[in-house]
Design a protein around this ligand. Sequence first.
Ligand SMILES: CC(C)(COP(=O)(O)OP(=O)(O)OC[C@H]1O[C@@H](n2cnc3c(N)ncnc32)[C@H](O)[C@@H]1OP(=O)(O)O)[C@@H](O)C(=O)NCCC(=O)NCCS
Length: 118
Amino acid sequence: MAQFIAGPSTLCLLATFGAEDAQPAGFLIARAAGDEAELLTIGVVADLRKRGVGRALLRHAVEALKASGIQALFLEVDETNAPALTLYRQLGAEAVGRRPGYYENGGDAAVLRLDLQS
Ligand SMILES: CC(C)(COP(=O)(O)OP(=O)(O)OC[C@H]1O[C@@H](n2cnc3c(N)ncnc32)[C@H](O)[C@@H]1OP(=O)(O)O)[C@@H](O)C(=O)NCCC(=O)NCCS
């Protein structure tokens, strides 16, 4: 994580929840290469899920990446991860591939692409 955060082409976002005494609620790390970027990780504190934090993180990331001239964001996700898949699709990401056996437990990954040009 420290290595990713220190990287020159890395976007790191921390979301907080609550107006006063705001507490960390979630984070996102993406890495750019050329005119494409890859979502490395996104996570929301379990107690604060389903309140729009994940969507807000992704929307901010999309705006920041667009402003840097990035054309597309790639996302890799466990095919059984319904919350993440639904969130990505809701924002317009489309499946472009599969990685069978990608995860240590033998699970398959879906590769999604979010077009940032529009
Ligand atoms: C995936 C994750 C980041 C979503 O964060 P979140 O803050 O709960 O998501 P939001 O509240 O912004 O939800 C946005 C949309 O995602 C979808 N979604 C979120 N949680 C969902 C769930 N449990 N089941 C189905 N869809 C879900 C919904 O479409 C939702 O929109 P809606 O509320 O208008 O229906 C969160 O569940 C998480 O941290 N999961 C564990 C880590 C993880 O799996 N990261 C992704 C690795 S690729």
